[in-house]
Design a protein around this ligand. Sequence first.
Ligand SMILES: [Zn+2]
Length: 58
Amino acid sequence: MGLVSTIADTLTDDATDPDAVGYLCRDCDTSFERSGNRMIRMRCPDCGSADLGVRDGN
Ligand SMILES: [Zn+2]
């Protein structure tokens, strides 16, 4: 658990958000993070695709 938290903190270097979820765009391979809300439809900030995978670090 401690190790996972350390990795998550490293990936999220601009904001220490414990609810941040990592996403990976299947169209352009862009990875990004958004905090918490999985209920809304997420889109890739780079190409606008909604074909995203969730990188669940847990
Ligand atoms: Zn994309």
